[in-house]
Structures are given as C-alpha cells and as structure tokens.
Design a protein around this ligand. Structure first.
Ligand SMILES: Cc1cc2nc3c(=O)[nH]c(=O)nc-3n(C[C@H](O)[C@H](O)[C@H](O)COP(=O)(O)OP(=O)(O)OC[C@H]3O[C@@H](n4cnc5c(N)ncnc54)[C@H](O)[C@@H]3O)c2cc1C
Length: 313
C-alpha cells in the first residue's frame, strides 16, 4: 500500500495534522450524528439516560463512538479508574508488547485516520512504522488516550457502578464517586473487560497463607521487595510468564501452550464472523489459554534461571 502514496496521501506529520484529518474525516461522514432519541424521564421526572457504558477502556470507548455515530447522545461513560489508566495497559498488564499484530484496525470503526497505524506514523514516521514489530504496551495506552481526546468522548473517571437493579422497565445504577448516588438508564453496556468475567481465580490452598506471602498477577506487586527471594508462579500462560523473570513455574498442564487461538483476529473472517459463532465455539476460542510471548524482549527468552515443574499425566 505504501507504494501508492503521493504527497497528498502521505502519512501526516505530527499529531496536530492527524487531529485535523480525523476531524475532517468525521465531518465528511457527518459524525457525530444528531441526537434522534426522544427524551424520557422517570416516574418522578428524574432524568433517564438512553445508554450508560460501564467502563471507559478500549471497548467502552469504541461503544461510545458507535453510540455517537448512531445519534445517541444522551449517554454516560463511567470508569472507576483514574483518567488515562483505564484497562490493563498501565495497571496490571506486565508484558513488554501487545500480542495483537500492529496492523489490526482496532477501535477505528472504519475511519483510517483513527487507526493505531495513522497515529504511529504521525508521531514517528513511516520508516519507524516499517521497523516496528509489536506495539509496546504503554504506547497502546498513549494511543487510546489520543483516541478519546480526538473523538471528544465524555468519559467520567473515578466513578464505579456498584449495583444494577431493574426499576419499572429501566435500570437503576448505584454509583460510588459521583455526585449522584444512583442514576436511571434505559440500556447498560458492560465494557468491563476481564473484570467482567467474575473474579480472580485463587486456588483454595492459598486461603490459609498470610496475605503478604502471595499475590494474584493482577495485584500491585512490589517486585523489588522480592529481590533475593525464591518465588514460585502457579501457572504458565500469558500473565504467569509476564510476571516472571527468574523463578520457578508450577504447572498443572503437561506442556506449555504455544498456540494463541485468538491470533485469528488478524483475519477479517474471524472478526466478522466471531459474533455469529454459537456459544460453544465462542467459548472454545475465548477460553483457550493465551501462551506466553516469545519475542526477544519477553522475560521467558531472557531468563536462563527459569525452571519448570509440570505435574505428570
Ligand atoms: C495482561 C493482558 C494482556 C493483554 N494483551 C492484549 C493484546 O495484546 N491485544 C488485545 O487485543 N487484547 C489484549 N488483552 C485483552 C485486553 O484486556 C482487551 O483487549 C482490552 O483491554 C479490552 O478492552 P475492554 O474495554 O473490554 O476492557 P478493559 O480495557 O479492561 O477496560 C475495562 C474498564 O472497565 C472499568 N470497570 C470495570 N468495572 C467497573 C465498574 N463496576 N464501574 C466502573 N468501571 C468499571 C475498569 O476500570 C476498566 O478501565 C490483554 C489483557 C491482559 C490482562
């Protein structure tokens, strides 16, 4: 594709130029669309939102952009994390790079100037894009912050939805951290990421151990304090290895997983067809283990001191 570039279609130099192009692209698409949903109020005249999005991470932002594109402006996007720290990227994810290929259009929703590709080239140039292998993890958060800013998405940070209950055909959401203690909405989009799958799976045998003797991989961990200690990691897929540098892995499975079934997202067939798969197939893909990264920056490739203990079959 790069060979077709002319001066007029070359990547934009600098984020300001990209901002302008993205806004122009949206203007040409007549976005965000005008609100068309009639206003409704609750029984006592209380304001009713058409949509509340729970979570302002990557999917919450895309959902918000989709709502605005569809002319639904009576919406709120609430995230309990501080601004710029939504999702796992700068909180509990510890891998050096994303596993997803850099070419995925991601949250762009069909607008080229909103892609990571456009953002990266505007910041670092096409030669750097050619050299880039995988996306550095913190850089993905930088891109998401830009995406939110350029689309002017009204995410409200520091607000947690603590409870959801039906109320006369609507939903009442209890909030913590907001001016209101609760709000009403017609629809709720749960964009809570991995948090939405329930809770951390802590093996039963850990229950009796002192709290400072163990941590879940999603916890804040003071790695410096572990210096010189022997540390065991229970598990061997992505987060286990991302959290490890020099240690001993305890593995129930017979061998280390090496195939990431979700890597199919690089193919249009998968992204297009995934939603139409039946539940069983979706679960089979989604619940398959994410293998550890094998690139040169992964701790696993740099650590001769790693040892493996797998249980016999
Ligand atoms: C270690 C790790 C590595 C990953 N690597 C990749 C990768 O390479 N490529 C990839 O595509 N995906 C990767 N993922 C998956 C990644 O989590 C998702 O792709 C992406 O973050 C999903 O976005 P999301 O908006 O659904 O969830 P998240 O980004 O997790 O955002 C959810 C948000 O919801 C908020 N929230 C949760 N509950 C509430 C509540 N009750 N009230 C208010 N706010 C709430 C949270 O604060 C959070 O900000 C990885 C995940 C992990 C954990």
């Amino acid at each position: 594709m790069t060979s077709h570039r002319t001066a007029a279609t070359a990547p934009l130099d600098g984020l300001e130029a990209l901002d302008a192009r993205a806004r122009y692209d949206l203007e040409c698409l007549n976005l965000p669309a005008a609100n068309w949903v009639p206003e409704t109020t609750g029984p006592d005249g209380e304001k009713v939102h058409d949509v509340v999005i729970m979570g302002g991470g990557m999917c919450g932002l895309v959902a918000a952009f989709a709502m605005l594109s569809g002319g639904m402006r009576n919406m709120r996007i609430l995230d309990r994390n501080p601004e710029g720290y939504e999702g796992p990227w700068l909180t509990y994810a510890r891998m050096e790079t994303l596993r997803s290929p850099k070419i995925l259009p991601g949250p762009a929703l069909g607008t080229g100037s909103l892609t990571f590709h456009a953002w990266f080239e505007a910041r670092f140039g096409s030669a750097e894009w050619g050299r880039l292998d995988k996306i550095p993890r913190p850089m993905w958060m930088d891109y998401l912050r830009w995406y939110r800013r350029v689309l002017n998405l009204p995410v409200e940070n520091g607000i947690e939805i603590t409870h959801v209950r039906p109320e006369g055909g609507l939903l009442r959401l209890d909030l913590s951290g907001a001016e209101e203690t609760s709000i009403l909405t017609r629809r709720l989009v749960m964009a809570t990421g991995r948090d939405g799958t329930g809770r951390a799976n802590i093996p039963g045998f850990v229950a009796g151990l002192p709290a400072d003797a163990w941590a879940h991989s999603a916890d804040e961990i003071d790695f410096a304090a572990l210096s010189g200690k022997r540390v065991a990691v229970v598990g061997v897929v992505a987060s286990a290895v991302d959290n490890a540098a020099e240690l001993r892995h305890l593995i129930r499975r017979h061998s280390m997983p090496t195939i990431n079934k979700m890597m199919g997202i690089g193919s249009y067939g998968v992204t297009h067809g995934f939603a139409s798969l039946d539940d069983e197939w979706r679960c089979r893909c989604s619940r398959s283990p994410r293998p550890a990264s094998w690139d040169g920056r992964s701790p696993i490739s740099g650590s001769p001191a790693r040892s493996w203990n797998s249980s016999p079959r």
